[in-house]
Design a protein around this ligand. Sequence first.
Ligand code: 5GP
Length: 190
Amino acid sequence: MTQGKLIIFSAPSGAGKTTIVHYLLGQLANDLAFSISATTREARGDERNGIDYYFISNEEFLHRIAKKQFVEFEEVYSGTFYGTLRSEIQRIWDSGKHVIFDIDVEGGLHLKRKYEEHALAIFVQPPSLDVLKERLTGRGTDSPEKLKERFAKAEKELNYAPQFDIILKNYDLETACKEAKQLVIDFLKK
Ligand code: 5GP
């Protein structure tokens, strides 16, 4: 059984972490593979099962919890579960790559506590809560109720930043992407 490293990107939704993670996957394709989470939410836009997420039913999610198949899971929004499967991390390590995560703040800290020095936990900081709200609204993929829930969660999550190894400011996306790449390269060299 092989063990690689874990690169964790957490942030309130809308802070830009998904874009940064996709950039890194493109730039460091030989070293990194994306941890595909399981979720009970519906696919949005052009999301595909087994690529963006494993979209599963509530029943299957609960069954997998009972079988202790998750390293971590959260009810990120009320009634909607997200989780990282042990088998997903192992699948990636077995392929000789390190795992990169796009995960909520509590899930990210959970993984950091579990894997300690094998994990680099990066918090992506948006310029302000107002900018975050604009980005979430502009996405146009969520209902007004869902948006309200995302805003409330985002506000709470900003307070967790100091618990991460690194706070990466995403005021300018290109700069943030380049900084993220250097941080990951340095961590993988250790
Ligand atoms: P979205 O619905 O926007 O894709 O994701 C909502 C939130 O759930 C995001 O912050 C995303 O990073 C987080 N998330 C995605 N996968 C996981 C996971 O496996 N575990 C946890 N704890 N959060 C996740």
